[in-house]
Design a protein around this ligand. Structure first.
Ligand SMILES: *Cc1c(COP(=O)(O)O)cnc(C)c1O
Length: 386
């Protein structure tokens, strides 16, 4: 017999992912490749579960932030997908990456030179993506470094594969950044020309994240790095509204993959005037029936949802009362006819006709979707559902 040791679970919908990927493929310009961004444990969806699911749906390129994530994708992959590290790689990790055909962003000369020397040492070609500075001012080669970079690539063309030329936009999800993003696109065009004029042809030109892909389709180039949209979320409401206006669609075309569920742990009556839980943050204004749920801030149910959050029980929306504890919340079930220990509780997802969306959840807790998703504790079991 297998025992379920957990107090909650996260379901990942296969059908929702299939739907999103089909929708995204239809939206992209012809021939544009998708790199599935799976940093932050696949935005909380679990690399282990998500990578094979994506591969079943034809994805063969994954982007991660760091070497530890690349390692996880490598272990989870059931096909020979390409993995690309966009951020942190230390020396011995770089050597490992080259040995295993993993591509790496290169944004400083030291890393470029190390890639050359590790490639020689391991007798493998190093797959590099040159990140250029276009205005994000985080990482990337400045214009005055381009010549040095180009010379090294040219001199080592037998051991370096110039696999990509790339940059990242500083907030394509907000129209307030319009001017800066346009400026970045212009600077990137300069970089493309520069390397071309030098006689260097990167295999893949890529700059666009989800927001840029939808908001500025001309940035799609050869490949797009899609994170949040594949999991079923528009990066911001702004991007959604712009997209709906542009396409004349009536409603959000994406479907959320993730549902978070638990069960009622206990039900009890409290009397008018009783304080519920720690301190005095909630006092019963009438005689009440309350239920406790074994999920708290340690699982990713933010403490700022105290007296704010909502969950679904028996097809009804019920409010969180009192403060969110480390492992528990209390909800008001006074108006539910029947509620008992073991009843399903939906923290995110649908029950009956009702839904708790990640975005309403995030807004109450003053987090963005990205943050809320990646804060879902990694050891909550993720389960694939149809
Ligand atoms: C996270 C990330 C992406 C994906 O961003 P989304 O908004 O989730 O699509 C793309 N590129 C880089 C460099 C990133 O760090």
């Amino acid at each position: 017999m297998s025992i379920d040791f957990h107090s909650c679970k996260i379901e990942i919908s296969k059908a929702a992912f299939k739907h999103n990927i089909e929708f995204l493929r239809n939206t992209l310009n012809d021939g544009v490749k998708i790199s599935s961004v799976v940093k932050g444990n696949a935005y909380g969806h679990s690399i282990n579960l998500f990578v094979p699911l994506a591969e079943e749906n034809g994805i063969d390129h994954f982007s991660v932030f760091s070497a530890d994530e690349a390692y996880k994708v490598q272990k989870a992959s059931t096909q020979n997908s390409q993995i690309m590290i966009m951020g942190s790689v230390e020396n011995e990790q770089l050597e490992w990456a080259i040995e295993h055909d993993i591509s790496c962003y290169v944004f400083d000369l030291q890393r470029l030179k190390q890639a050359v020397s590790f490639a020689k040492k391991t007798n493998k070609k190093a797959k590099i993506h040159i990140e250029v500075e276009t205005g994000m001012h985080r990482t990337g080669f400045d214009v005055n470094e381009w010549q040095g970079v180009a010379e090294i690539i040219k001199a080592n063309h037998n051991i370096l594969i110039f696999e990509g030329l790339c940059t990242h936009y500083a907030g394509a999800e907000e129209i307030a950044n319009y001017y800066r993003i346009k400026q970045q696109q212009q600077n990137f065009r300069r970089a493309k020309r520069y390397f071309k004029d030098f006689g260097l042809e990167p295999q893949l030109i890529h700059t666009a994240c989800s927001a840029a892909t939808l908001r500025y389709p001309q940035t799609q180039d050869d490949m797009v790095r899609l994170g949040i949209v594949q999991y079923g979320f528009f990066p911001t409401k702004e991007v959604l509204i712009h997209f709906l206006e542009k396409t004349k669609m009536k409603e959000d075309p994406l479907r959320r993959l993730l549902s978070w569920k638990s069960k009622v742990m206990d039900v009890k009556q409290v009397k008018i005037g009783d304080f519920i839980g720690y301190g005095t943050s909630f006092m019963a204004g009438t005689d009440m029936k309350i239920a406790t749920i074994p999920v708290g801030y340690s699982h990713g149910f933010s403490r700022s949802l105290s007296n704010q959050g909502r969950v679904l029980i028996n097809g009804q929306r019920v409010p969180v009362i009192g403060v969110v504890n480390m492992n528990m919340i209390t909800v008001d079930v006074t108006h539910l006819d029947t509620v008992e220990k073991g009843n399903e509780v939906v923290l995110i997802g649908n029950q009956g006709d009702l839904e708790i969306g990640v975005s309403s959840f995030s807004e109450y807790s003053n987090q963005i979707n990205y943050e809320m998703l990646t804060r879902l504790r990694a050891d909550i079991p993720r389960i694939l559902v149809d």
